[in-house]
Design a protein around this ligand. Structure first.
Ligand SMILES: N[C@@H](CCC(=O)N[C@@H](CS)C(=O)NCC(=O)O)C(=O)O
Length: 210
């Protein structure tokens, strides 16, 4: 393992960066934040593209490696810093947690990403529509899986993905009243220090007037 403090390229309101911030906090990994302002299109600057050809955040520099894709980063952290565990041990349980993760990171978040909204010319109705559909699915999944958190009573990668997605749902004015389990879990998670510290309002690049 490298001795250098990990560096996270992040944007305060980026849900994908937020997932990684929470994992780093939960696992007690001290890191340095390098803000990438998506509204100023800093993700398109060639120096950043050299780090992350996707021109997206997050990018994590850790153990002498440049890592991209938030879920690949989460899985790497889980394998190299296994405590506290953020995936269950049993393969079936693990598959169920990963299914919730994928519902959020593959089926909901990409459709409301900045570049998609810009290219499609769609506004908040678009995001609202897709988040609502996705939340209907995961609210049903939670009827089977949820305990205190998304999967039973331990925090898993699914929880790290849920909290930022609920924040985005609020930004897109999704009516959350039909999702009581999602709301309950999110409220509980937001009480925890690691989640609070990862919140956009506690990031160094959060504008003071937001
Ligand atoms: N699959 C990628 C998605 C990353 C992503 O969508 N990042 C967003 C912020 S959450 C971004 O950088 N958007 C910039 C853009 O759309 O130009 C991951 O999970 O890391």
């Amino acid at each position: 393992m490298g001795d250098q403090k990990p560096i996270l390229y992040s944007y305060y309101r980026s849900s994908c960066s937020w997932r990684v911030r929470t994992a780093l906090n939960l696992k007690g990994i001290k890191y340095e934040t390098r803000p990438v302002n998506l509204l100023k299109e800093e993700q398109d600057i060639p120096e950043y593209e050299n780090l992350n050809p996707l021109k997206m955040v997050p990018t994590l520099i850790i153990d002498g490696q440049i890592l991209t894709q938030s879920v690949a980063i989460l899985e790497y952290l889980e394998e190299t810093r296994p405590e506290p565990a953020l995936l269950p041990k049993n393969p079936i349980d693990k598959a169920k947690v990963r299914a919730i993760v994928q519902s959020i990171v593959s089926d909901i978040q990409p459709v409301q990403n900045l570049r998609v909204l810009k290219h499609s010319g769609q506004g908040s109705n678009w995001g609202n529509h897709w988040i609502t559909l996705g939340f209907r699915a995961i609210e049903k999944q939670f009827k089977e899986t949820a305990g205190v958190y998304c999967f039973g009573d331990s925090i898993t990668l699914a929880d790290l993905c849920l909290v930022p997605q609920v924040y985005n749902a609020n930004r897109f004015e999704v009516d959350l009243t039909e999702f009581p389990i999602i709301r309950r879990i999110e409220a509980q998670l937001n009480e925890l220090q690691a989640f609070r510290d990862a919140h956009p309002s506690n990031q160094i690049d959060c504008p003071t007037d937001s």
